[in-house]
Ligand binder design. Sequence first.
Ligand code: ASP
Length: 358
Amino acid sequence: MNLPITRREFLNSTSAASAAAAMGHTLLNAPAANAQTGGQPKPVVIASSNGLQATAKAMSMIQQGADALDAVIAGVNLVEDDPNENSVGLGGLPNEDGVVELDSSVMHGPTGRGGSVAALRNIRNPSKVARLVMERTDHVLIVGEGALRFAKAHGFKEEDLLTEESREAWLKWKENLSRTDDWLPPHDIETRNISMGLQSALRNHGTINCNAIDLRGGISGCTTTSGLSFKIPGRVGDSPILGAGLYVDNEVGAAGSTGRGEANLLACSSVMVVEYMRQGNSPEQACLLACQRIVAQTKMKRLLDDQGRPKFNVNFYAINKRGEFGAAAIWSGEKFTVNTGEKESRRLDGAFLFKRNP
Ligand code: ASP
């Protein structure tokens, strides 16, 4: 097993965290590498690597007094509306039938509420619909046809979300379908050579998760995605599942995820990241511990390399109540974005458990 190497910027503390995580040790009460100093918690916005604009937008709203949930939703709307971002909203890669299906969740820490939608078609801003589920129903999650009818009842307009670029990517996949779909023949835990499973694990993933603290110390988050490309219609990933793709506790912090949703659904990792922070771990250490938990839980040989490590990646992004932030993935090479009050957001390397071979 390769020794883990961590984000350059926070070399000392992250090396310790990664090494401990890889060896199965829990780091309790270790100091955060990126604590913001000063008495009052300062606002912070963190997002996945595609969140440069989203984090900047959210921070500018927060600085003008916005609630963190308004800010993160406005931030991710920029990404949902971008036809060139093929993992979220308009232009997202479709399911195996060529239809774009979206998943999204929101959580509002100050009021302890959340809402989500799954397998929603034809609505480019599922994050706004998720928010309405939270605010205008007594439910938390609405899916599929019901979610579409709910969105239309609130005035959302249906549109074809497939761009030419996404359609062509889907057609190319369809024309080479046999080896790369998600249907598996009978197999057991020892089976290694199912190319479909492998391809699914490695196929296009992408999502935006964005979490923030506002000037009043309110913490909120949002995750929105078109999910795994070319998925079986109706497949729901981790993004709309509170506790998996997103979790917020206003007394502790927020965490969200991108990457292989199936692994995250089995580990409910975002709630675990928050719980690891509650135990005293820094956001980055908490993210690493969640990665470690997924690694320990992955037992199907088809998903493991010859050293027993997952072939897939999962990323976590977290902030705590004190305005500390961190991100980590199972495999190296992943970035995250953050804004602590600057005009321009920064894109940083996340910590990781395993270093990819160059
Ligand atoms: N987590 C998302 C899903 O599994 C996809 C991703 O983030 O890449 O639907």
